[in-house]
Write a protein that binds this ligand. Structure first.
Ligand code: UDX
Length: 449
């Protein structure tokens, strides 16, 4: 008897090969897979993600001749994105052509590409495939990029150099000041604006998915919905609904055993994500501030994050003795598990969007020290809109570090902030549950497919 072949509906995902982008894209893949779609992930190189058993149901493809993770470290994010978009257009077309040829029993429902992988557009246009833009940053950061893509680079640069203007609220973006706008330390303003104008151009995409929730950013989402000609689906934070481990670095789980020995809400967890850098001077101020605060600390020092050092060799011997008594340093932590741990009372963060929503999702208040880009927007929102963070601005000194840690973990103000963080966690959990706004938004997106 002739075997009847079942037709699958496939979604093709195109993530940026950087931790903060791969993670939410793989979570989106899991969420869509749970709704019955087959998933193909197109990577710019083969990496740890494709070999993980957590994604054994997914199909992986590599764009030939593309860049690698070490290119990202060497070029920096801005040049990396520009180069990737230059060189991948033709090879991605080839990839999709091959997929369509091989998977003739599959319908491709759509290609979902990271907003920074805008080279994808040429292929979807050629093969007339529906496409969707996935924004892994906040809706507010999207709004800011859209505003910045329309400013005049020259006069904007003059404003940004004026210390008085820097502290002013940017017209139409309250409470963001000029200095909170997502400018980048990784390249000149002209190329930042060029990249931004590409990321906010949704071209012929039929929808935009955002890893955020309306309880976090209702007015920015409404503004985006009004501005873009296509539906905007806020379906996040995805890490709560669709756990999808996709660490590009090896996690050191020994820190969880160390946390098990600490008192509830006593530990400050410090991590600056996958790209932020810290100079030796700030690292030393931080070390002495932590030392003077008398609180236990778990510190992620990513190898290569202190320019000129391999790892922690610039920390003095005396501090290393303190670490053995009251601290723990790792190269990379299982962050979600750490934030969920009852011993963790605060998170010192660079405020990347994933770290921000992961902290909110666990009700952990934050010390915000943004480094670049959208992290500045997130830090301002944490402090001024959600009021669950305190931002450290200007030069870092050990007294400020000590005060901030005590404020968060010991003082009454920190306890108030923790209460607000727990309230927000509950709102977020409601939004991803059945009937909640993010859950309904995901269903609406799936139905639209
Ligand atoms: C980058 C940008 O910095 C960020 O602002 C943007 O929104 C996404 O791209 P990144 O700097 O890596 O991301 O920060 P973040 O968005 O916070 O993502 C870091 C991810 O790495 C998080 O999911 C976090 O859980 C994970 N992580 C971090 C670990 O698993 N272990 C660690 O030790 C540190």
């Amino acid at each position: 008897m002739e075997e009847k072949q079942v037709k699958e509906t496939r979604i093709v995902l195109v993530p940026v090969p950087a931790q903060g982008h791969v993670t939410p894209m793989m979570q989106l893949g899991k969420a869509l897979h749970s709704k019955g779609f087959s998933i193909t992930v197109v990577l710019t190189q083969s990496n740890r993600v494709s070999s993980s058993k957590d994604f054994s149901d997914f199909h992986f493809l590599t764009i030939p001749g593309s860049l690698t993770e070490s290119d990202l470290q060497n070029l920096g994010p801005q040049k990396f994105v520009l180069k990737l978009n230059q060189i991948c257009e033709a090879s991605f077309k080839q990839c999709i052509g091959q997929l369509l040829h091989e998977q003739c029993n599959n319908d491709i429902a759509c290609v979902v590409y990271d907003e920074y992988m805008y080279f994808s557009h040429a292929a979807v246009k050629e093969f007339q495939l529906p496409s969707v833009v996935f924004s892994t940053t906040s809706a507010t950061a999207f709004v800011c990029r859209s505003v910045l893509s329309r400013v005049n680079a020259e006069s904007f640069l003059i404003d940004m150099k004026d210390p008085e203007t820097q502290d002013k609220v940017f017209p139409g973006l309250h409470p963001l000041r000029y200095k909170d706008l997502p400018t980048s330390v990784f390249g000149p303003i002209e190329s930042t604006l060029k990249v931004y104008s590409e990321t906010v151009n949704t071209r012929t995409a039929s929808a935009v998915i955002i890893n955020s929730a309306s309880c976090l950013e209702s007015s920015s989402l409404a503004r985006l919905q009004q501005q873009l000609q296509v539906p905007v689906y806020p379906i996040g934070p995805l890490h709560i609904t669709a756990s999808a481990p996709s660490s590009l670095l090896e996690e050191d789980r020994s820190c969880v055993e160390w946390l098990n020995k600490q008192k509830s809400n006593s530990v400050i967890y410090i991590s600056l994500g996958s790209l932020a850098l810290m100079d030796t001077k700030d690292m030393l101020e931080m070390a002495w501030g932590l030392s003077n605060s008398n609180q236990p600390f778990l510190w992620v020092v990513r190898p290569g994050s202190i320019p000129g050092s391999e790892w922690t060799e610039s920390l003095p011997e005396e501090f290393n003795r303190l670490v053995s008594e009251r601290g723990y340093i790792v190269k990379w932590a299982p962050q979600m598990e750490v934030l969920r741990h009852p011993a963790v009372g605060g998170f010192w963060s660079h405020c990347g969007w994933n770290s921000t929503v992961e902290s909110i999702g666990e009700g952990v208040p934050m010390i915000c020290r943004p480094f670049t880009g959208d992290q500045k927007v997130n830090a301002r929102y944490l402090e001024r809109v959600w009021r669950i963070g305190v931002q450290l601005e200007g030069d870092l000194d050990k007294e400020t570090v000590e005060r901030a840690v005590e404020w968060l973990l010991v003082d009454e103000e920190g306890a108030e902030m923790r209460k607000r963080a727990i309230d927000l966690k509950e709102k977020i959990e409601t939004s991803v549950r059945s009937g909640g706004s993010s859950c309904s938004s995901l269903d609406d997106f799936v139905n639209s497919m």
